[in-house]
Design a protein around this ligand. Structure first.
Ligand code: FES
Length: 242
């Protein structure tokens, strides 16, 4: 029976692990069957990047990746030459050694059960240097929150559009366990740990455009924007630094 060695991962297996793998099943299925709770937001359907792993041994023995997998991998956290989506790599008789990247972005399934963050039992408070709102954005968001009877807004980054990522704002009342929190006057902003990597140093402004006004993100981490302005990409070095 082939073995999969998993290098230490802060949350999923702090001491590393070695499991006996089932031939013919994906690496992701083998990990999940052995209680290594790797993210798999699209339920192994090659529609997210959350099951991304890096092969430290055995890469050349793997089945070939499809174009869909390659396209998705471009958006993965901490991409390396020997990166693969673990749900798309099938175990054969060869032993494998994998590293699970420190971060993923859980971008596909709003209903995917959230994993409890075992290492974080407190919210982390941000400062205005980490994330900020202009006066006009503060007043606009504050009035939206009042209209919707909500005290908080979640700022997220999700995969979207031709450039890879897009911003998302939604109303919430309660922080998740690993959320970063920024309180500005009566507005509470919540940012997940994963999204914060993309958003560090960002300022939201509220500006007039013709007859309309809109919230815009001034984000120092962006490397390119798509023509329609709906999505953006970031330098992959961002993930290495995280
Ligand atoms: S679980 Fe989504 S691509 Fe593998």
């Amino acid at each position: 029976m082939p073995k999969i060695k998993i290098l230490p991962h802060e949350e999923l297996c702090p001491d590393g692990a070695e499991i006996e793998a089932t031939v013919g099943k994906s690496v992701c299925e083998n990990l999940l069957n052995s209680s290594i709770d790797i993210e798999h937001a699209c339920e192994l359907s090659c529609a997210c990047t959350t099951c991304h792993v890096i092969f430290r041994e055995g890469f050349d023995s793997l089945n070939e990746s499809t174009d869909d997998e390659e396209d998705l991998l471009d958006k993965a956290w901490g991409l390396e030459p020997k990166s693969r989506l673990s749900c798309q790599t099938i175990v054969d008789e060869h032993d494998l050694t994998i590293e699970i990247p420190k971060y993923t972005i859980n971008m596909v399934s709003e209903n995917h059960p959230k994993k409890e963050n075992k290492n974080s039992d407190m919210e982390k408070t941000l400062t205005k240097k980490d994330f900020s709102l202009s006066d006009s954005a503060l007043s606009h968001i504050s009035s939206l929150l009042k209209q919707n009877n909500s005290s908080g807004v979640r700022v997220s980054v999700k995969t979207s559009g031709c450039s890879g990522y897009a911003y998302d704002l939604s109303y919430i009342e309660i922080a998740e366990k690993d959320d970063y929190v920024l309180n500005i006057e009566d507005v509470n902003l919540y940012i997940s740990k994963e999204s914060f990597i993309f958003l560090k140093g960002t300022k939201i402004d509220y500006v007039k455009k013709g007859l309309n006004s809109e919230l815009i993100f001034i984000n120092p981490n962006i490397s390119a924007k798509c023509g329609c302005g709906e999505s953006f990409s970031v330098d992959q070095n961002l993930f290495q630094q995280a």
